[in-house]
Design a protein around this ligand. Structure first.
Ligand code: 2P0
Length: 333
């Protein structure tokens, strides 16, 4: 492939039903466990990468403001990897626009690094199939590997004993899922989170006495979830996803010092979801590295579940359904 010099890509966030929590290799971003997610049809990130032969450094603009610190260094480190693989030296101008609140546990790093991966690979002329792009996205942010694909997606941790562990860890669509699911996002606090998920994972792996059991249970959760997706069994998918999310939070709350993303407001929403279930509505909660709760339900029940959440809370409630794979867009001047 030859370099296009500029490319624009759009990617959507994903929410894991079986979570990624903990790396066995920080540099290569290799997880301890497989994870499985649903890519959403809301909150896309649009990223433009333009090569700039005259620039001495990468310049990254996020939501209209120049990126600095950790955000800039993560983008530059990632672009260095793309340049090394493409055999090119030009620095880049990156313009990225999120529609999701950044850093609030709604997966902006997944859509962000998925869009950056696709745009940068295209701009620098890096060859590679979808699996290869997902391995590359993984190096930017683990969950980004899943946002390259639409619908339900599995990210394989890969066999630690494989001759090339980097190659063994990639994401791919779950092609035999027979479930039309929705995630109703209850956005409680769109502000930045107290501890980054990267640091929280590190601390959990290093200090939580619950972590080894979580790794074991996660394997069983994944097998159960895959079977239930194949069978279109919403209740088992929901129960498994809720259990897996609560177990992940329990694991980090047992770390030293504890990491707690759940707030009183999150717990209140978890209670509303439980009451909905007691009334016979199929609704289950999942939570990520932030206080927001996402309510998993059948697509046909989504508006009803959203209305109930609006009645019960002051929060912004957004209905998300299965979204598309990341894609390229026309470059404009
Ligand atoms: C997930 N999360 O599976 C889990 C559940 C948050 C909770 O993936 O360090 O931003 O960049 O690989 O991908 C958030 O972690 O972490 C995440 P890095 P990432 O969606």
């Amino acid at each position: 492939m030859t370099a296009r010099e500029a490319a624009v890509a759009v990617a959507h966030p994903n929410i894991a039903l079986v979570k990624y929590w903990g790396k066995r290799d920080e540099h290569l971003v290799l997880p301890f466990t497989d994870s499985l997610s649903l890519t959403l049809d809301v909150f896309p990130t649009t990223t433009t990468v333009r090569l700039d032969p005259d620039a001495a450094a990468d310049h990254v603009v996020m939501d209209g403001a120049p990126a600095r610190g950790e955000v800039l260094s993560r983008a530059t480190t990632f672009l260095d990897l793309v340049r090394e693989r493409a055999g090119r030296r030009e620095r880049a101008l990156v313009d990225t626009r999120n529609t999701v609140p950044v850093g609030a546990g709604l997966a902006s790093s997944a859509s962000g690094f998925a869009a950056l991966t696709l745009a940068a690979a295209h701009a620098y002329g890096l060859p590679g199939d979808a699996g290869e792009l997902s391995r590359l996205a993984r190096r930017g942010s683990g969950s980004a590997a899943r946002s390259l694909f639409g619908g339900f997606v599995v990210w394989h941790a890969g066999d630690p004993g494989a001759p090339d562990p980097d190659r063994a860890s990639y994401a791919e669509p779950v092609t035999d899922a027979r479930l039309d699911a929705a995630l109703v996002a209850v956005v409680l606090e769109p502000g930045p989170k107290p501890v980054s998920s990267r640091e929280a994972m590190r601390r959990t792996v290093a200090t939580s006495p619950l972590y080894p059991d979580w790794v074991t249970d996660s394997r069983a959760d994944l097998a159960r979830l895959r079977r239930a997706l194949r069978e279109g069994d919403m209740a088992t998918v929901g129960e498994t996803a809720e259990r897996n999310a609560l177990a992940m939070h329990a694991t980090m709350e047992a770390a030293r010092p504890a990491v707690r993303y759940r707030t009183g407001a999150s717990d209140a929403v978890l209670g509303h979801v439980r009451r909905l279930r007691e009334e016979g509505v199929g609704a289950w909660a999942t939570m990520d590295a932030g206080p927001n709760v996402k309510v998993l339900c059948a697509s046909a029940d989504a508006e009803r579940v959203a209305d109930r959440m609006r009645e019960a809370t002051e929060a912004r409630v957004v209905v998300a359904r299965s979204g598309p794979a990341a894609g390229l867009r026309q470059v404009t001047a």
